[in-house]
Design a binder for this molecule. Structure first.
Ligand code: ZN
Ligand code: ZN
Length: 255
C-alpha cells in the first residue's frame, strides 16, 4: 500500500483482483458471491471480513472512506454488537495492526512519523515487563510482538556410511522478514535484532553499552533571579550514537 492516505483505483482494483483469487481457491461459491458483490459495488461485512483475513487494507480503507459500510450497524454475527466490533476482532485474530488502526480511525501519519525516525525503544506491554520495539515500515507492526522470520541455510552431502544425504552444516541467514506482512526488512538483519533485544545494548545503534560506555548530560536552566545556570535534569546517552537510554535501562544499570 502506498504511503499516502488515499487508495488509488489501481491499488483498489489490484487488491480486489488478488482477494478474488484467494477466495476462488477457498471456495468457488464464495468467489461467485464475492464477484457479484463487487459488481454491485457492495462492500459489506462479509467482503470486509475476507479483506481482513487475507490482509487487503486498501479494500477496508476504501469501504470506510467512501462510506460504503456503516461500521456502527449491528453485526450479522450475533456475538458482536456492531460490524466494527466484529471486524476489529477479526483484525486482532489475524494480528493485523494496520487494519485495526484503519477501523479505529487511528491516524497513520502518527505511526509513519514514528517509524521514519527509526524508533526502536523499549515499550511497556502492560504488565511491567518490557519488550523491545522495531516498527515494520510496511505494516507498522512491532515485529518483536507480531514476529519476524529468519531462515536457515542447511548444506547437505551424500554420506556413503549412512546411504543418504545428511546435513553437514547450517547457518542462519541474515535476512529478516516481517511475519505480519511478509515484506523483507532490508534495513536490518537478525544480528541487529538480537542486539536490540538485549537491555544492555543501545536501542538505536545496538552496541553493548557496557563496552562503548555512556555519557551523562546535565541540563542546566538559567535562573533569572540568581543570574546563573542551575542543574535541572540528568540524562544518560550512548557514547557511540548519543541515543538517550530509556527508563528500563536506567533501572537495569541502577542509574
Ligand atoms: Zn510488516
Ligand atoms: Zn548507540
Amino acid at each position: 500500500m502506498s504511503n499516502n492516505n488515499i487508495v488509488t483505483s489501481e491499488e483498489l482494483n489490484e487488491a480486489i483482483d488478488s482477494l478474488s483469487k484467494n477466495l476462488y481457491l477457498e471456495s468457488p461459491d464464495l468467489w461467485i458471491d464475492f464477484s457479484d458483490k463487487m459488481g454491485d459495488n457492495n462492500f459489506d461485512e462479509m467482503v470486509l471480513f475476507f479483506a481482513i483475513k487475507y490482509n487487503y487494507p486498501a479494500i477496508v480503507k476504501h469501504a470506510i472512506e467512501s462510506h460504503l459500510i456503516k461500521l456502527d450497524s449491528p453485526s450479522r454475527n450475533k456475538t458482536f454488537k456492531s460490524i466494527k466490533d466484529h471486524l476489529l476482532s477479526v483484525a486482532d485474530q489475524y494480528k493485523n495492526v494496520q487494519i485495526h488502526n484503519i477501523l479505529t480511525g487511528k491516524k497513520e501519519e502518527l505511526q509513519k512519523e514514528e517509524s521514519s525516525n527509526s524508533t526502536h525503544d523499549l515499550i511497556s506491554n502492560g504488565d511491567n515487563s518490557y519488550i523491545p520495539k522495531f516498527i515494520c515500515p510496511h505494516c507498522n507492526s512491532n515485529i518483536f510482538k507480531s514476529g519476524y522470520i529468519v531462515s536457515e541455510e542447511v548444506t547437505y552431502k551424500y554420506s556413503k556410511d549412512n546411504n543418504k544425504t545428511i546435513p553437514i552444516s547450517s547457518k542462519t541467514l541474515d535476512n529478516v522478514t516481517c511475519d505480519n506482512c511478509k515484506n523483507t526488512l532490508k534495513e536490518i538483519n537478525n544480528d541487529f535484532l538480537q542486539k536490540l533485544s538485549s537491555v544492555q545494548n543501545c536501542i538505536s545503534c545496538g552496541l553493548d553499552l557496557t563496552s562503548t560506555g555512556i555519557v551523562d548530560k546535565i541540563k542546566m536552566i538559567y535562573d533569572k533571579d540568581l543570574s546563573k545556570f542551575l542543574p535541572n535534569k540528568t540524562s544518560y546517552h550512548c557514547s557511540n550514537c548519543d541515543q538517550e537510554i530509556n527508563d528500563y535501562q536506567k533501572e537495569h544499570f541502577n542509574l
